[in-house]
Structures are given as structure tokens and as C-alpha cells.
Design a protein around this ligand. Sequence first.
Ligand code: PLP
Length: 362
Amino acid sequence: MNCNYFKLSEQYLFAEVSKKIRERVGAINLSVGDVRLPLPPSVVEAGVRAAKELGCGATFKGYPPEAGYDFFLQAVVGYYDGRVKFKESEVFVSDGIKSELSAFLSVFKGKIVLSSPTYPAYIETNTILGNEIIYSDCPPSEHVDLVLLCSPANPTGEILTKEQLCGWVEYCRREKAILIFDAAYEAFSSGIRSIFEIDGARECAVEFCSLSKTAGFTGVRCGYTVICNENPLNAVWRRVKACLDNGVSYITQRMAECALTGAIDKIKANIRYYQENGSILAKALSVPYNGSPYIWYRAGENAFERLLNDYSVGVTPGVGFGKAGRDYVRINSFCFRSEAVEAAKRLKSFSEVNKNFQKILS
Ligand code: PLP
């Protein structure tokens, strides 16, 4: 057995928090970052059509190509809409970032730098794999083998600037480190959406993308990874993928193709819906809003309990994302409008009471 397993905390943060929120009758859950809006009808129809094809001898399909069907790879290239130019040979289909990232890290191991606070799965995956983790929000003075960036970030919603990203690309090129860019929330970004918008990234970066938050696919499971042909890891990953998994189902890839092409306007409208929720929530708390699905709010110690017990709003305690999150909570905008409006009222009352605390802190 891999004994690193014993280094994990007993229960995964989100499960623990969800349980407490579920037990609180009438609570609005703004904790777990899961989408709420249904898939566009055309995406569902694409899935039904694909399933029917599999039921017919002339169109039946077995194992999919490991890197993805051509129609899917073309849809991904088109989705970038000229912002960054790729070839289909630079894209690999996946069933989402979480599993793809852990597969990638199980092959490319070493010392890794993470920001703090950070997405707990990064810490847990690297812990299981035995990677040494250091925390830094800027390129460190020491050598690392891997840099893991996420923008817009979970949990802080921070969008890394072009200057910050250029600094990281420069560092990775100098140190011959792999730059892993988690673009799970790229569709919510008002700034740089792809690491390949940065000069020099094609040689050192690997971009992990997902339709989970972009297109409401958290339940369907589909994503993709981009590694440019200039990067030797493209060939390595193609070889490794062939032994690690057997691709992603035809049905899923047809649904994803539709989401990224024919249904793209509906997908973008859904993102705007969540962003309007975010804007309502941020306004109630009197904090600036940048379009990210997460609001990182300095609410003071035990704020998770106070918000849940006194205001019936379920959030995620910041400490779950690392010590740097101790006084914070993460509030997410993946909810229905009626919930955002009601939660905003409750959060406004909370923030009035909390103002004095904020003053003491600042
Ligand atoms: N990366 C980040 C930063 C996330 O917050 C999440 C999910 O919450 C994921 C990756 C997981 O994405 P997927 O659903 O594609 O596995």
C-alpha cells in the first residue's frame, strides 16, 4: 500500500461541510462549487443522437481514440476562437481536470509549488503521490520541478495578471520546470484565459481545461488538456495516455462538441447568469467583484458556524484551503437567482454586524 494515504485528513472538506449544511433546515447552500442550471436541450439531444448511433450496426463504435475524436478536437480548437492558435494534435480529451491532473502528476513527479490558499485536491493528490509541496504566490528563489497555477483561482477568485503569468513562464523556462495551468474557470475570466496567451508558454506549459464549470458538465464529465507540439511532453503524454485510460465515451464527446459549438451562446448565457449572482452577492457584502464564481470574504474566525447557525447561509470555511484562509470564507455563485437574492439579504445583515470586526482587522 502507498502509505502516503495515511497523511490525508480523515474526511474530505467538502463532504464534511455539505453534511452540516444539509442538516440545517432552510439553509442556502453557497458552499460546494457545483453547477445548478440544466444542460441546454441541444446538448442533451446530441447525447441522445449519439446513443442511438451506438445502437445501430452501421454507426456502432467501440473504444474511442485515446486523444479524442477529431470532431471533438476540432470543436476545442474552434472554441479558442483565434485567441490562441492550436492544432488538433495539441489537444487531448479527458474526463475532467481532477483525474487528468492526478494521472499527469503520477508520471511527472517532483517538488511542486502551489499558491496558498489553494484547491484542496491539489494538496491531497500531491500528498498521496509523495510530492514535496512548497507554497508561494510568486516564483520562488529555489528550484522546483512543477508549478501549479489556477486562474481564476479556487478559492480566492483571483485572476492572475499578464505580468504575473509572464514571471511564472520565465521562471519555468529558466528552471526547466513544467508549468501546469488549471483553466477550470477560464470562461469566467475577464483577463488572460489561456496560459498560451503568454509568450514562451508553448514550450513549457500544460493547460488543463474542463467543461464542468464552462458548460455545466460536472455530472457528464468531459475536459481536455492542451500540450503544444513544441513541448516534448506532447509526445510523452500521448504515449502515457494510451496506457492510463481508454478515452472518453462517444456520447460525452458529441455532447461536448455541441456545447462548444452549436450551444455556445446558451453556455455563455449560463455563465453570465452565475456572474450576475456573484455580482448580487458581492454587492451585499460591499466587496469588489471580478466575474469569478468565487467570492473570498474576510469574515473572521468561526464565520462558517456563525453564517450557518445565525443566518442560514452555508459557505465553505477558508481554513479548508490552507492556513492562509483562516479568517475567510468562500462564497460561490453557482446557485439559482432566487437563492442569490435571498442569500444577499442574509449576507448583508451579517456583513453589517461584521463591519466592526473588519475595522479591527484592517
Ligand atoms: N480545478 C479546480 C480549481 C476546481 O475548483 C475543480 C472543481 O471544483 C476542478 C479542477 C475539477 O474539475 P473537473 O470537474 O473537471 O474534474
